[in-house]
Design a protein. Structure first.
Lengths: 341, 274
């Protein structure tokens, strides 16, 4: 945009003409997201050809129910992965949060909205603990959040007695409709969350610091950025989004289930982020890519169901997709380092 | 001190009896140093003499254990990097503190972004980054380029250019020529000359290899075992003299005479006023 305006003022020091290298690089990065979009479109066409009812409204609702929770969780993981960390416990924050809401409403008489606020505060606290232990005590995030994963699993199973609970009667009605019960409400929430965090990551100071912290921790520190605050904040964003997802899902399936969430949904979220071009090494990643990654996973899962292909094949393809995406990431990073794109 | 100000150029920075201890280790024992308006001061000394520690204190990254810092004659305590920056002191670290994955202009504005709440004002930052680079003659095709793609000299130039637009009056350069080829090193020294010609910035340059920086420095200080032991105008000294001093110190350490020798650190002031 402004390249054309500023370019004439400079004499090119390197072989490529002004702005070209950057434009090609940016095009490639856009292509990176475009390639996932292309995969999604190809999958839609494939499933539609084989099962024309794939594009029926009823089935699209089902697809959206696969996509929405993965997408929201993936947004949180993207922020953490870019800042060089990971949260393995977010699937259990997802499971635990609706129980917190339930206890607050049923046992302590909180109004439902306040119960949700309490549940999200507890979720944020989980992230705060994850972040503080990781950043201040220097425990690798993988280990911190692995410990948190089991701890939350234990707490959830103990407090719930391993049995599902019903949505509190006071939360039924409009609130439940808005928060997941209506066919499209969860994907709308996912869209809003993706849009907000897309802006946070690409257009706001917090996003810039997230990249800086993951890209060059020492450099970010020397620049005066409060790196601990950024990292802990991203742990809190991730776990709070986990809590939100858990509550939305509980309202959607009309039950608070200790068997919902867990490790599986967390790994799906990480897979979506990775397929979407986020590197585990930090400093690289996009919210949009993660959303598209979640869309691809949702389409695959639903399409295989329609075609009657066993879930086992789905896992095989998921595994290959993650590997291919990761190899592409590493290869891209190498090309960029050597200045070939 | 008032007399100094009336006779010579205005003093911008003075360090008095500064010390820094890390537990039982004394990195700096008694630093006395001054910097005049528009001056380029070369700070030389062996590895481990405490040069980088001194820089980190002056840029607000670490507090000193003892001693005073005066800015324009006023005593100051530097609480943080941002605080020092708000007072006009900025640093270019040896490792440059650049983030490879970010663009040139985002790097230049890191932690000093232009924000039109709630969003970053990328357009304004691009424009000002371009202006800053042009004003010091740095040639980079596009400020949108990822820093990872730049050469060592360009990276260093960006790190220096960072401070140009942020009203920096005292710029600290920590080993700007480290790990740089002769050609790129020349680029940086030209850059220092350009900034010096603007006249609004005073600089302290740390260098291990003092032969390279003699040309751009007005004055040279030698830092040895945590003290400034030598202070002369560049015109009044020579490479040979500096080499002799460094070699003598090296011998002294090798033969185990220990510290505490009188090296005439304070006498340098007279030379400068002469």
């Amino acid at each position: 945009m402004s390249d054309t305006r500023t370019a004439p003022e400079t004499v090119p020091a390197a072989p490529p003409p002004p702005g070209l290298g950057r434009r090609v690089g940016a095009a490639f990065l856009r292509l990176r997201e475009a390639s996932i979009l292309a995969v999604a479109i190809i999958l839609v066409v494939y499933f539609y050809v084989n099962r024309p009812d794939f594009l029926d409204v009823g089935n699209l609702v089902t697809v959206s129910h696969y996509v929405a929770p993965i997408a929201i969780l993936a947004v949180g993981e993207v922020f953490l992965l870019i800042s060089g960390e990971i949260d393995l416990s977010v699937g259990w924050t997802y499971t635990f949060a609706p129980f917190v809401m339930y206890f607050a409403v049923e046992d302590y008489g909180f109004p439902p909205v306040l119960g949700i606020v309490v549940a999200l505060l507890v979720s944020a606290l989980v992230g705060f603990i994850n972040g503080t232990v990781t950043v201040r005590l220097g425990v690798p995030a993988f280990v911190t959040t692995l410990g948190m994963l089991f701890a939350l699993e234990g707490i959830t199973l103990i407090t719930s007695g391993s049995f599902p609970k019903e949505i509190p009667a006071s939360a039924a009605g409009t609130l439940q409709t808005v928060l997941g019960q209506q066919d499209w409400s969860e994907i709308i929430w996912a869209g809003v969350i993706v849009a907000i965090f897309y802006l946070v990551l690409t257009r706001m100071r917090w996003g810039l610091y997230t990249f800086a912290v993951g890209g060059n921790l020492l450099g970010a520190t020397e620049s005066g950025i409060k790196v601990s605050r950024v990292k802990i904040g991203n742990f809190m964003i991730c776990s709070t989004l986990g809590g939100i997802t858990g509550i939305l899902e509980a309202f959607r399936i009309d039950s608070i289930d200790p068997a919902a969430g867990g490790e599986t949904v967390m790994f799906y979220a990480v897979a979506a982020a990775v397929i979407g071009g986020t590197a585990l090494a930090g400093g690289v990643g996009t919210v949009l890519g993660a959303f598209l990654g979640a869309v691809v996973l949702g389409i695959l899962e639903d399409g295989f169901n329609l075609l009657g292909i066993s879930a086992n094949t789905y896992y095989l393809i998921l595994g290959i997709a993650v590997l291919v995406a990761m190899i592409a990431n590493v290869y891209l990073a190498r090309l960029r380092r050597t200045g070939r794109i | 001190m008032a007399d100094d100000a009336s006779t010579g150029p205005a003093e911008v920075l003075r360090v008095e009896h500064l010390a820094k201890r890390f537990g039982a280790v004394s990195a700096l024992t008694d630093i006395n140093l001054r910097l005049d308006q528009g001056e380029v001061l070369g700070l030389i000394g062996d590895n481990g003499a405490g040069k980088s520690t001194l820089m980190k204190i002056l840029c607000g990254f670490q507090p000193p254990s003892a001693g005073h810092i005066r800015l324009y004659g006023e005593p100051v305590q530097l609480h943080s990097v941002e605080h020092a920056r708000s007072l006009g002191i900025d640093i270019v670290y040896q490792d440059l503190a650049l983030v490879n994955q970010l663009s040139v202009y985002h790097n230049m504005f890191l932690n000093r972004e232009i924000v039109r709440w709630p969003f970053l004002s990328n357009r304004a930052m691009r424009k000002r980054a371009r202006e800053a680079l042009d004003s010091i003659g740095v040639k980079i095709d596009s400020v949108d380029t990822e820093v990872a793609k730049l050469s060592g000299g360009q990276r260093q130039a960006i790190a220096v250019a960072r401070s140009v637009f942020s009203d920096t009056r005292i710029l600290l350069l920590d080993e700007p020529l480290a790990a740089m080829g002769a050609k790129e090193g020349r680029l940086i020294l030209d850059l220092v000359d350009d900034i010096k010609a603007r006249g609004d910035m005073s600089m302290i340059i740390i260098a291990h290899n003092y032969a390279q920086i003699m040309g751009v420095c007005d004055r040279v200080n030698l830092l040895q075992h945590g003290e400034i032991t030598f202070d002369k105008r560049t015109a009044d000294t020579s490479l040979e003299e500096l080499t002799d001093l460094v070699v003598a110190e090296y011998r002294r350490r090798r033969t185990g005479e220990g510290n505490g020798a009188e090296s005439g650190g304070e006498s340098g002031g007279d030379v400068n006023n002469g």
